[in-house]
Design a protein around this ligand. Structure first.
Ligand code: 13P
Length: 252
């Protein structure tokens, strides 16, 4: 059985004081036992401090992006080794805001995935279609292309420690989540596509859903057989809401 993951993507939100308050609230109400893994992904500048607050707690630390290069003259970039050095275990790659706002290509995202794994950081690979793709019936084509870029560069074995997050762009930050059926359909498609290369890895791979997940819809989404937790944006900034989502994943 795959153990679920609930990851909070804080995006470009928070201050030192707000982060400290959020972590304190999360820890004070954190369940004694959670069947789901939990992690938060603060902005780069806060990673070290949030990591310190999370030391020896059940909540893990991830970053929101990573440079595809190992080191060197890349002004403004942050390497996988640096993320590891400040205590990250995970890193999001290919978030739709990186793909669509900053024009990151499938190939660049695949190189970031490889760069993370080379330093033993577990990448969370985001894939997902835009509304126009869905309306044109191209959801599977887009998701397959994004997934295949990583499979081609890194091999299917790379998914053994990696995590995939299906985040339909039209559901992100809109308040309109995919329905549980829509999510399940794409998750099953992703798993089948991995299974075509390696059935065992496909069975073990964790596929998270992201896009307007809230306490109110989490249980239904997580009840789907191929939905192994969630990547949470807005709701991860509210302790009570985030913990309710975590609880929904734990009872799956
Ligand atoms: P929301 O939960 O705010 O829709 O964001 C989802 C997301 O992009 C997580 O990475």
């Amino acid at each position: 059985m795959r153990s679920p993951i609930v990851a909070g993507n804080w995006k470009m939100h928070g201050t030192r004081a707000e982060n400290a308050r959020l972590i304190e609230e999360l820890l004070s109400r954190y369940p004694d036992q959670s069947a789901a893994e939990c992690l938060v992904c603060p902005p780069f500048v806060y990673l070290q401090e949030v990591g310190r607050l999370l030391r020896d707690t059940p909540i893990g630390l991830g970053a929101q992006d990573v440079c595809a290069e190992a080191q060197g003259a890349f002004t403004g970039e942050v390497s996988a080794a640096m993320l590891k050095d400040v205590g990250c275990e995970h890193v999001i790659v290919g978030h739709s805001e990186r793909r669509w706002v900053y024009h990151e290509s499938d190939q660049l995202v695949a190189r970031k995935f490889a760069a993370a794994q080379a330093k033993s950081l577990a990448p969370i690979l985001c894939v997902g279609e835009q509304l126009s793709d869905r309306e044109a019936g191209r959801t599977e084509e887009v998701v397959a292309r994004q997934l295949d870029a990583v499979l081609s560069l890194c091999g299917v074995g790379a998914l053994e420690s990696g995590v995939i997050a299906y985040e339909p762009v039209w559901a992100i930050g809109t308040g309109h989540s995919a329905t549980a059926e829509q999510a399940q359909q794409v998750h099953a498609f992703i798993r089948e596509r991995i299974a075509a290369r390696d059935a065992k890895i496909a069975r073990a791979a964790r596929i998270l859903y992201g896009g307007s997940v809230k306490a109110g819809n989490a249980a239904e989404l997580f009840a789907q057989p191929d939905v192994d937790g969630g990547l949470i944006g807005g709701a991860s900034l509210k302790a009570e809401e985030f913990l309710a989502i975590l609880a929904a994943a734990g009872t799956r």
